[in-house]
Design a protein around this ligand. Structure first.
Ligand SMILES: Nc1ncnc2c1ncn2[C@@H]1O[C@H](COP(=O)(O)OP(=O)(O)OP(=O)(O)O)[C@@H](O)[C@H]1O
Length: 397
């Protein structure tokens, strides 16, 4: 969908912001650009809608060389979201969202109807439409920024650190919203971030750049984490890249045993002490309430009245990393699994989670041949592993 062919950007002061970039961004995918500060991510993104013109090379969108297109017309097919939302302060939210449809001559009524539809799509209440940007929180403003970029239904969306200025909780919400929207809309998204966890969460593919505007590796998150092309990429991904890989596998991949639960209204005297020491206590509806230590049962009362250790039940959609976290902190060394409506479905042991984690690593490692770019591979002998030691000065902070 978007193709960079030997694209370079050199500024008049001699800075090479992007160096011989060759990269294909598939239609309907989210491609995340990451790398150390000043490595050319924003320049790469802004070349797609011709806010920056390349010095050499060709960029095509939908098979068409963008330099042959009219810049204004090109931009109408490309939504653009930036960190500070860029909303017009003196226009209402609805009018902000309707900006591009109005420019396209849709007519006021149709443009506003579309804006109202988008407001709902990005999860904002309809009364937000009448407010002005300063009357919304930072996270809400970012949602409006996304709605505005989507207003004319462009096939391409450029997002330059769109969630960089909001707190981690709101950022996670916005990421979830983007994933949900993308499920439905399947736009071709180019997304710039400094946050590698965000890249792993959102990206169908991640392109890692290094200083001097050189692309080092572009791969699916699992492959990138399992097989970084060189030391620079490995350092950039961080020491916990093995754990990050576990965020990509869902708990649905791990079976669970039925689990012997005790109802909260059961008298402690009736609880058998054979089998597992730690047992789950559930509400009459079946929701896990806590872990009960059968070696320290009180003399009387019900299971629900006894001191229970905290349980954080997980759903199939939770990640293997969450499961590992819960298994190591649970006194039972196990995870309580619940259905979508919170009822106990079973229990998974720490060993079963470890086992699946090892498999995830092995699978990701085997998944595909190394994906270093031709640039990164240059200088390595044929067939040699693509490992290059990067001077410490070039490594990300
Ligand atoms: N107009 C300009 N004139 C000269 N140099 C520029 C200009 N714009 C960007 N640069 C330089 O080009 C390089 C790449 O900049 P760019 O903004 O693309 O990097 P980035 O990876 O997005 O950085 P950051 O992560 O810090 O936002 C940097 O060295 C920057 O200083």
């Amino acid at each position: 969908m978007i193709k960079f062919d030997a694209v370079s950007k050199r500024y008049p002061n001699g800075t090479t912001a992007v160096d011989e970039l060759t990269l294909d961004l598939p239609e309907g995918d989210v491609t995340v650009l990451v790398g150390s500060s000043g490595c050319g991510k924003t320049t790469t993104l802004r070349m797609v809608n011709r806010m920056v013109e390349p010095t050499s090379g060709t960029i095509s969108v939908g098979g068409r060389d963008i330099l042959e297109a009219d810049a204004a017309e090109l931009r109408r097919g490309i939504g653009y979201v930036i960190q500070q939302s860029g909303l017009f302060p003196h226009r209402t939210i609805l009018d902000n969202i309707a900006t591009v449809p109005l420019l396209l001559g849709w007519g006021r009524r149709r443009a506003r109807a579309r804006a109202a539809e988008l407001l709902e799509l990005v999860g904002l209440p309809s009364d937000a439409g009448k407010r002005y940007p300063h009357q919304l929180s930072g996270g809400q403003q970012q949602r409006v920024g996304v709605a505005r970029a989507l207003a004319a239904d462009p096939p391409v969306l450029l997002m330059d650190e769109p969630f960089g200025a909001v707190d981690p909780v709101v950022r996670t919400q916005l990421q979830n919203e983007l994933l949900r929207l993308q499920e439905e809309l399947r736009k071709t998204v180019v997304f710039v971030t400094h946050d590698i966890d965000e890249a792993v969460r959102l990206g169908d593919r991640i392109a890692v750049f290094r200083t001097g505007g050189r692309l080092v590796q572009c791969a699916e998150p699992a492959e990138l984490l399992a097989r970084p092309a060189d030391d620079f990429v490995a350092d950039f991904l961080g020491a916990e890249r093995g754990l990050k890989l576990l965020t990509l596998t869902s708990l649905a991949q791990v079976p669970h045993a039925p689990g012997r639960a005790i109802r909260a209204d059961e008298p402690v005297g009736a609880i058998s002490r054979d089998g597992d020491r730690w047992r789950l206590v559930t509400s009459p509806r079946g929701e896990p309430l806590g872990w009960l230590d059968t070696d320290a049962l009180p003399a009387s009362g019900t299971a629900g009245e006894a001191a229970l250790e905290v349980v954080r039940p997980l759903r199939d959609t939770d990640s293997l990393l969450s499961a590992l976290n819960e298994a190591v902190s649970s006194p039972a060394g196990a995870v309580a699994r619940v259905t979508a409506d919170g009822v106990l479905a079973g229990v998974t042991s720490r060993e079963a989670i470890h086992h699946r984690a090892q498999r995830s690593h092995a699978e990701a490692g085997r998944a595909a041949p190394p994906t270093a770019t031709p640039q990164a591979a240059a200088g390595t002998s044929e067939g040699a592993p693509l490992l290059k030691t990067v001077p410490a000065t070039e490594r990300p902070a």
